[in-house]
Design a protein around this ligand. Structure first.
Ligand SMILES: [Zn+2]
Length: 77
């Protein structure tokens, strides 16, 4: 399981925008390419379970709130 894993980081496609992402310990948003893509994906499921009427798009503060809630739900940091 540990052969060559220090020489060739796993490369994955960001689930949100399909951009190539290196799966590295220093990428806290993996498998997403960025915080924004990660939060957009969180927003997708949040919208299904917690519909917010009249909210066409999330701004940065909403995204941060979503991330805070996700972290509190037990994601290791
Ligand atoms: Zn992305």
């Amino acid at each position: 399981m540990n052969m060559q894993d220090t020489e060739r980081p796993l490369e994955v496609a960001c689930p949100q925008c399909r951009k190539k992402v290196l799966w590295r310990e220093d990428n806290p948003y993996r498998p997403f390419c960025s915080k924004r893509c990660r939060l957009l994906d969180l927003g997708a499921w949040a919208d299904e379970s917690h519909r917010i009427a009249g909210e066409p798009a999330m701004d940065e503060s909403d995204l941060d709130a979503l991330l805070a809630r996700a972290d509190r739900d037990g994601e290791p940091s």
